[in-house]
Design a protein around this ligand. Structure first.
Ligand code: IMP
Ligand code: MG
Length: 168
């Protein structure tokens, strides 16, 4: 495994995102919706750096079968516990790859009439897109690599690595 992003670099990126989001949402309360499981570490760091009041909820989505190959199909494995109606919602995702997961989730969440619906992704792999989806906030744009660490897994392994690594 080759290191792509170190701890310090990730923290700088998350802080950059937090500053921008705090400015954009000034005077409002944000409902962070984390996508389990990959986004849990990113969301924990981001939430603590935000200067606006925050509430949190999670959805469980499974898009990948085993290993690094997409199953091509998305399932909701855990729904929100909070109503989105009239709220300023920010979906927190670890990485946007084909865009299918976010497209699916945005359709479902829009139907619940939030006041606003935006997204932040720590990582973005635009070269892998199969549907049009652009996150409102992106930490790092990366090449077509399969990466692990900082919440991201390969067969549930490596989520706890503090840095982000490329699997060869
Ligand atoms: P998409 O639906 O193809 O955009 O895939 C998004 C989901 O696939 C993410 O939430 C991740 O769980 C998973 N994924 C995509 N790329 C990677 C990667 O490089 N490492 C680990 N998980 C990934
Ligand atoms: Mg995920």
């Amino acid at each position: 495994m080759k290191r792509l992003l170190g701890e310090k670099e990730i923290q700088r990126g998350v802080r950059r995102l937090a500053r921008k989001i705090s400015r954009d949402f000034e005077g409002r309360e944000v409902l962070l919706v984390g996508i389990l499981k990959g986004a849990f570490i990113f969301m924990a760091d981001l939430a603590r750096m935000l200067a606006v009041p925050v509430k949190m909820d999670f959805v469980g989505l499974a898009s990948y079968g085993a290993g690094t190959k997409s199953a091509g199909e998305i399932r909701l494995t855990k729904d929100l516990e909070t109503s989105l109606k009239g709220k300023d919602v920010l979906v927190v995702e670890d990485v946007i790859d084909t865009g299918l997961t976010m497209q699916y989730l945005f359709r479902r969440l829009k139907a619940r009439r939030p006041r606003s619906l935006k997204s932040v992704a720590l990582l973005d792999k635009p070269s892998r897109r199969r549907v049009r989806f652009q996150a409102d906030y992106v930490g790092f744009t990366i090449e077509n690599h399969f990466v692990v660490g900082y919440g991201l897994d390969c067969n549930e392994e490596y989520r706890n690595l503090p840095g982000i690594y490329v699997i060869e």
